[in-house]
Design a protein around this ligand. Structure first.
Ligand code: IDP
Ligand code: MG
Length: 150
């Protein structure tokens, strides 16, 4: 079981696509361990995207992610990190497969709707940036048969 960090970026919120995108993840079978609404501040944007510091698009990327509120989620499931990357599609939506979120709903790399952690190390680092450990729900403690039977 893995957890991964997902962000529904400002364009997803502004275009009214949060429900649609969340549905894709729910239908795939991910469990939601945490979810919140926030406006990413500049300092957090710099930390989250630290690996891109110095790249030509960095300034534009920080402006984009801080431009309006986002929904941040911790999703879990078997191989959740790779599975979520496949569900969102390639970084540039122009190349993303139909059936992926970016392939179905986006056209520009600078407005690609959704973030998903790209490795176990990134997922652990990014989850810590956005969630306190106690914010994340421990699904293994749920014994209600409505949740797991069938
Ligand atoms: P990822 O989101 O698929 O992991 P990364 O390479 O980590 O892609 O880049 C982070 C984000 O930076 C992308 O999702 C996209 O919003 C933005 N980005 C990446 N490359 C470019 C670019 O060439 N121009 C503008 N924005 C870019
Ligand atoms: Mg990335």
């Amino acid at each position: 079981m893995e957890r991964t960090l997902i962000i529904l970026k400002p364009d997803a919120v502004q275009r009214g696509l949060c429900g649609t995108i969340l549905s894709r993840f729910e239908q795939r079978g991910f469990r939601i361990a945490g979810m919140k609404w926030l406006k990413v501040q500049e300092v957090l944007a710099h930390e989250h995207y630290a690996e891109h510091k110095g790249k030509p698009f960095f300034k534009e990327l920080v402006a984009y992610i801080t431009s309006a509120p986002v929904i941040v989620m911790a999703l879990e499931g078997p191989s959740a990190i790779a599975a979520a990357r496949a569900t969102i599609g390639t970084t540039n939506p122009r190349d993303a497969s139909p059936g992926s979120i970016r392939g179905d709903f986006a056209l520009e790399v600078g407005r690609n709707l959704v973030h998903a952690s790209d490795s176990l190390a990134s997922a652990e680092r990014e989850l810590r940036l956005f969630f306190a450990k106690e914010d994340l729900f421990d699904w293994d403690r749920v014994t209600d048969p409505w949740v797991f039977s069938g």
